[in-house]
Write a protein that binds this ligand. Structure first.
Ligand code: PLP
Length: 284
């Protein structure tokens, strides 16, 4: 039997039902997290919980659980579902109330949902690298909130899929922001460059792990916006996310990156990242 969490209780996955006036369903009025599980252990759990709390605060939803309660709920979920390799999806919405844009007047209990899914690592792509396209970033100006409102991201990703690509690299005017569900990095003359974590991008947990690893191993990083021109002239390009890890990019909008193979700094960061996973979760 597969279980899910609904409002603090572990229930059978197919018994987890939502009200049609849940504000997550009607407005995308909520926030979420995706957490990787390797060897039955949650990777960077604390960082995900902290971002989850930050996201809830920034939309004025108060978490009805302490961090410790959430942590034990998720642990129990992973154990009950006997998840070894996969993800936890967790979201919280403002709750159920008669449809009205403004927040509900009376105190409404937020709806918390979490479930697991088995998911392998994208091993082939991590080896070969992936192709990407470019697309204008049409999203709102609070991309730092991990909001359920993902229409801009969805449209971008669909465009990538229709072009036979793994990811769409978004840009606001001439500046590259991030992927539809990933952060984007470029390497030039040995320096790793990635957009600073401000309101225009999601502060990726994977991105932060990478920045920490770079700084610990003396790989220079410059956290700043870079242009489409710089991207086109980059020696290496890669993306990062909880699901895709450190993914080499070998093509941007039909143009080959470097010599068309994952670059040496990308490879080094991949190696450091796998070591970090193994440190937290055991051998892969
Ligand atoms: N940027 C966006 C828009 C995302 O949706 C994601 C992850 O889904 C990321 C970046 C990467 O974040 P993380 O490394 O925390 O998974």
């Amino acid at each position: 039997m597969i279980f899910a969490i609904l409002n603090g209780k572990l229930i059978e996955r197919n018994q987890a039902k939502m009200d049609i006036e849940d504000r997550g369903y009607q407005f995308g009025d909520g926030v979420y997290e995706v957490i990787r599980v390797y060897n039955g252990k949650m990777f960077t759990l604390q960082e995900h919980l902290e971002r989850f709390e930050r996201s809830t605060k920034s939309i004025g939803v108060s978490l009805p659980y302490t961090m410790d309660q959430l942590k034990s709920l998720l642990l129990e979920l992973v154990e009950k579902n006997n998840l070894r390799l996969g993800i936890i999806y967790m979201q919280i919405t403002r709750g159920v109330a008669p449809r009205n844009h403004a927040f509900p007047e009376e105190n409404v209990e937020p709806t918390l949902v979490a479930y697991t899914r088995e998911m392998t690592r994208p091993k082939d792509e991590l080896q070969t690298g992936v192709k990407t396209i470019l697309t204008e970033d049409i999203r709102w100006l609070r991309c730092d909130i991990k909001s359920l409102n993902l229409l801009g991201n969805i449209l971008a990703k669909q465009k990538a899929v229709e072009h036979g690509c793994f990811e769409a690299i978004q840009h606001r005017g001439q500046n590259v922001t991030e992927g539809s569900s990933s952060n984007i990095f470029m390497v030039k003359n040995g320096i790793v460059i990635t957009h600073e974590s401000n309101h225009l991008i999601l502060k990726g947990i994977t991105k932060d792990v990478i920045l920490g690893l770079c700084s610990a191993s003396g790989i220079p990083v410059n956290e700043r916006a870079f242009t489409l021109k710089e991207l086109a002239e980059a020696d290496e390009v890669f993306l990062s996310s909880t699901v895709a890890e450190v993914m080499p990019i070998i093509e941007v909008e039909g143009k080959v990156v470097g010599n068309g193979e994952p670059g040496s700094i990308t490879r080094k960061i991949q190696e450091l990242f796998v070591n970090e996973i193994e440190k937290q979760c055991g051998a892969l």
